[in-house]
Design a protein around this ligand. Structure first.
Ligand code: NAD
Length: 476
């Protein structure tokens, strides 16, 4: 049993005012492991009011003091890492080693944003009059409503919390109902480290209702979402009607292009490893693999070996290398995309089915999938991999860039010319050449096309929580 997940409002953990909860389920065995509070309108309004007064205190806290508090929170998260990782695996399903890795990236995100907080410089402009000064300063944008998905609930929440708090904003975090428990421990660490009451809040409940009420509320100055394109468009419309700035990190459908001159064994090993992490529920993850014709058979065979070696099971078992999917609806989605691929003439060579018990789906490998199958056009977000062949650079580039998504794209090649050309030609905000990388604290991540709006991470992501004020003054 994990802790029950309450609301965090004005420095206090509270039940929903009418006591309503929803079940928190362990996807490895479908057992109920806790209850999640469902905020009422009165709770949401209380959190909004608290975020406004918390902002008044936090924006006046010096950048050095804010940085110290964020560093202290990072240390607390590190100290509590093991407990939080266990909660994350219990509610989300990922192998415990991956949960620990996610927690390490949380602490480093707070440290990086703490350092950035004390570098939020303004600018002096060359003087126009002898006793005049003209300058810009950066100010926090105001209270933020932030929404995060269930695939990396902790680190993605930390990216928003760390940047918003570092910049001096207050923030109401809305973690996913499927995995809010580990995130609550991050909120606890921030509170214990000294973030004042109201400067952080946490709400759970009915997603559509929570977002509509907060985005429309006059207290909220900025909206930040990591989630699906569908929800991005919904929140974008709500925020647009209020002229509120948004940061949107949305879905993707990343191509991996393997040229025949690449080290094929290495490319297959790295791609398979990255693909099945978190049971394929990774926004930057591998969705479509294009292999140049002459290397196709060798790549397919090498990739298949890695699929066969995966150990599927409860993420708590140290030997597990792929856990369950996070909820039953994802298992059904996998069945649909596999059925559709087969109807389009594809051949399933590995996996293709659910397991009985928890939310498990077999690591799946499919060949001969036409580009118009669902698997090749809609984000699969699961352990199903299509591998198809291509002939020329021009052909594969057109196919790789054909979708409305532009989150991530990868290529493997030993040719400097191909590497340079494809890094320039990919229509994606995150490009990997001969390697994969998770999102980094210090680097901006900005989806192209339908995959996002604005940046998260790095100085650009930090600045998204700041506004610029121009000041002209004259000594009289
Ligand atoms: P989702 O869009 O369904 O939900 C994301 C968050 O939005 C949740 O907290 C949810 O409660 C909230 N939400 C607010 N208003 C909502 C509404 N009207 N309806 C539903 N939810 C609402 O996404 P998900 O299924 O939790 O996560 C998977 C998606 O997130 C995938 O598309 C994945 O690619 C994307 N993602 C993107 C990134 C990135 O950095 N670009 C990272 C991780 C996940």
């Amino acid at each position: 049993m994990t802790d029950n997940v309450q609301l965090f409002i004005d420095g206090a953990w509270v039940h929903a005012s009418d006591g309503t909860t929803v079940d928190l389920v362990n996807p490895a065995n479908n057992q109920v492991i806790g209850q999640v509070a469902v905020a009422t309108d009165a709770d949401i309004d209380w959190a909004l009011h608290a975020a406004k007064s918390g902002f008044g205190i936090w924006r006046k806290t010096s950048a050095w003091d804010r940085a110290e508090i964020l560093c202290k929170a990072a240390r607390l998260i590190d100290d509590r890492k093991e407990d939080i990782a266990l909660k994350l695996t219990a509610e989300q399903g990922k192998p415990i080693a991956e949960a620990r890795g996610e927690l390490s990236r949380c602490a480093e995100t707070f440290e990086w944003c703490a350092a950035e907080a004390i570098r939020s410089y303004g600018r002096m402009y060359p003087q126009r009059r002898p006793s005049g000064r003209q300058m810009t300063i950066k100010e926090p944008v105001g209270p933020v409503a932030a929404f995060t998905p269930w695939n990396f609930p902790v680190v993605l929440s930390c990216r928003k919390l760390a940047a918003a708090l570092g910049a001096g904003c207050s923030i109401i975090l809305n973690p996913p109902n499927e995995a809010p428990s580990a995130v609550s421990d991050i909120i606890r660490a921030l509170h214990d480290a000294g973030v004042p009451n109201g400067a952080i809040g946490q709400l759970t409940g009915n997603p559509a209702h929570l977002s509509e009420r907060q985005v429309n509320a006059p207290e909220i100055a900025k909206v930040s979402l990591t989630g699906s394109v569908r929800v991005g468009k919904l929140l974008g419309q709500l925020a647009g009607a209020q002229l509120k700035p948004v940061t949107m990190e949305l879905g993707g459908h990343a191509p991996v292009v393997v040229f025949s001159d690449a080290d094929i064994e290495r490319a297959a090993a790295l791609t398979a490893d990255f693909k099945y992490r978190n049971a394929g529920q990774v926004c930057l993850g591998v969705s479509r693999i294009f292999v140049q014709e002459s290397a196709f058979d060798a790549f397919y065979a090498a990739f298949a070996k890695h699929v066969e070696a995966l150990k599927v099971g409860d993420g708590m078992a140290p030997s597990t290398t792929m856990g369950p999917m996070t909820n039953e609806s994802r298992v059904k989605a996998m069945e649909q995309i596999v059925d559709d691929a087969v109807k389009h003439g594809a051949t399933v060579t590995h996996g293709g089915k659910r397991y009985e018990g928890g939310c498990f789906f077999e690591p799946t490998l499919i060949r001969d999938v036409p580009d118009n199958a669902l698997l090749m056009t809609e984000e699969p977000f699961g352990p199903v991999t299509p591998i198809v062949s291509f002939t020329t650079y021009a052909e594969v580039l057109a196919r790789a860039n054909a979708l409305p998504y532009g989150l991530a794209a990868y290529a493997f090649t030993n040719s400097l010319k191909i590497a340079t050309d494809i890094a320039n030609d990919f229509e994606a905000g995150w490009v990997g050449i001969n390697e994969f990388s998770p999102a980094l604290a210090e680097a901006p991540f900005c989806g192209f096309k339908d995959s996002g709006l604005g940046a998260e991470g790095g100085p650009e992501g930090f600045d998204a929580y700041l506004k610029i004020k121009f000041i002209s003054q004259l000594a009289v």
